[in-house]
Design a protein around this ligand. Structure first.
Ligand code: OSB
Ligand code: MG
Length: 366
C-alpha cells in the first residue's frame, strides 16, 4: 500500500456530559488516533478506543500506546501490506491487545478506500444507505429529561446501564411514560450466579435483550441463564473473536451478538463474525465505545452490512461531543444515519481540532 509514515496521537476530548459507569465517571475521553500516510500524501485514520482504566477489557490507552510503539509498529512488515487484512495475519503471533491492533487496521482501511476511490462501506460489501441508530443512557443522566431529548432524533433502541437491583424499577419508570420505548439493559458482567432469580424477575419487562449479564469467559453460566429466560441474551465482553462467537452461539449462551471492531481486533475479524452470524441467522448489532467521529465512521460502514438488523450503539456526534473530529458531524434523523459515499471513512477529519486536542505525538517511518 506504499506506506510512508505512521503517526500516533494521544488525545483528550472533553465530553459534553459525564459518562457514568459502575467503575466511575469519565469527563474527558482519552483516545489514540492513528494516521497512516502513503507516499502520495494520502492519509488514513483509525482510533484506538481503549479507556484510561481497564474496567471494560484489560487494555488501557497507555498499554496500547506502549505495545504499538515498542512492538507492533516496528514488527509489521509494512512493505508487504497490499491489503488491510494483511495486518491481522502479521499481528496474529501476538496475544490480545486487540484494541491496539484494531486501531492500526482501521487506519489502513480508511487509506485503502482513499487509494481505490471507494467508500469503506462499498469496500466491505455494505448494502444499506442508512444505518439504524440507538443510544446509551448513562447512570448520570436524568432519564426522563434525556429520553425526551433523544426522542427528537428518533433513536430506535435505548440502552440502560445497570445499577444492580435498581434496574427493575428504572425500567418500570421509563415504561410508565414511554411504554413502547425499545429498551434493553447492559450489565457489563456485574451479575453473579446468585442473581439468576433476580434476572428471571426481569423476564416479564419486555426488554429487547440483556447484554453481558455475567463476566466474560463464563459461557456455561450464560447458557444456564439463557435456558431459563425468554429474553434473549447478547454477549459483548465475552466475544473477542470468531472462535468465541461460535462457542457462545453453539453452546446456547446467547442469541444476539454485539460486534465491536475494537474488541475483536479489527475490521477483518468483525467481517468474519458478521459473515458467520449471517449464515447462521444470528442477529448482530454494532457496539460503541464512547468514541470520536473517526471510529463512529468505521462503525457506520460496518453497520451498513446486511446482517446488522438491530440498531447499534451508533449515536450522533452531539450525544458525546461539543465538537467532533470529523466534518460533517454524525447526525441522526428519524433514528437513522446516512452512510457516506466519499472515499474511505467518508468524512473529512478536522485536522485543526485534532491538533488542538493532541497531547503527545509519535512518528514512525517504516
Ligand atoms: O459495554 O457497550 C459497552 C461504554 C463504555 C464501555 C463499555 C460499553 C459502553 C457503551 C457505550 O455502552 C455505547 C456508546 O458508545 O454509544
Ligand atoms: Mg456492552
Amino acid at each position: 500500500m506504499n506506506i510512508a509514515e505512521i503517526r500516533m496521537r494521544k488525545i483528550e476530548m472533553p465530553l459534553r456530559y459525564p459518562f457514568q459507569t459502575h467503575a466511575g465517571q469519565v469527563n474527558d475521553r482519552e483516545l489514540i488516533i492513528i494516521e497512516i500516510m502513503d507516499i502520495e500524501g494520502r492519509k488514513g485514520f483509525g482510533e484506538v478506543t481503549a479507556f484510561s482504566t481497564p474496567f471494560y477489557t484489560s487494555e488501557t490507552s497507555e498499554s496500547a500506546w506502549l505495545v504499538l510503539r515498542r512492538i507492533f509498529l516496528p514488527a509489521v512488515n509494512w512493505h508487504q501490506i497490499v491489503h488491510p487484512s494483511n495486518m491481522a495475519s502479521q499481528l496474529s503471533i501476538w496475544q490480545g491487545n486487540r484494541m491496539a491492533k484494531a486501531g492500526l487496521e482501521a487506519a489502513l482501511w480508511d487509506l485503502y478506500g482513499k487509494q481505490l476511490n471507494k467508500s469503506l462501506s462499498q469496500l466491505i460489501g455494505g448494502s444499506r444507505s442508512y444505518v439504524e441508530s440507538g443510544v446509551v443512557l448513562s447512570l448520570a443522566d436524568k432519564l426522563e429529561e434525556v429520553i425526551a431529548n433523544y426522542q427528537n432524533e428518533g433513536y430506535r433502541r435505548y440502552k440502560l446501564k445497570i445499577e444492580k437491583y435498581k434496574e427493575g424499577q428504572m425500567i418500570d419508570e421509563i415504561k410508565a411514560y414511554a411504554p413502547s420505548l425499545p429498551l434493553m439493559i447492559d450489565a457489563n458482567g456485574l451479575y453473579e450466579e446468585k442473581d439468576i432469580p433476580y434476572l428471571q424477575s426481569l423476564d416479564s419487562k419486555g426488554l429487547m435483550m440483556i447484554e453481558q449479564p455475567f463476566r466474560p469467559g463464563d459461557f456455561y453460566l450464560h447458557q444456564q441463564l439463557q435456558n431459563q429466560l425468554d429474553t434473549p441474551l447478547c454477549l459483548d465482553e465475552s466475544l473477542t473473536s470468531l472462535a468465541d462467537v461460535k462457542q457462545a452461539v453453539l453452546m446456547g449462551s446467547c442469541q444476539i451478538i454485539n460486534i465491536k471492531i475494537s474488541r475483536v481486533g479489527g475490521m477483518t475479524e468483525a467481517l468474519a463474525i458478521h459473515e458467520w452470524s449471517r449464515k447462521n441467522n444470528i442477529p448482530v448489532w454494532c457496539g460503541g465505545m464512547v468514541e470520536s467521529g473517526i471510529s463512529k465512521a468505521h462503525n457506520i460502514a460496518l453497520a451498513s452490512l446486511d446482517g446488522f438488523i438491530i440498531p447499534g450503539d451508533i449515536s450522533a456526534s452531539a450525544r458525546f461531543w461539543e465538537r467532533d473530529l470529523i466534518i460533517p458531524e454524525v447526525e441522526v434523523k428519524q433514528g437513522r444515519i446516512k452512510v457516506p459515499l466519499d472515499p474511505g471513512i467518508g468524512f473529512k477529519v478536522d485536522e485543526e481540532y485534532l491538533q488542538f486536542v493532541t497531547q503527545n505525538s509519535y512518528i514512525f517511518q517504516p
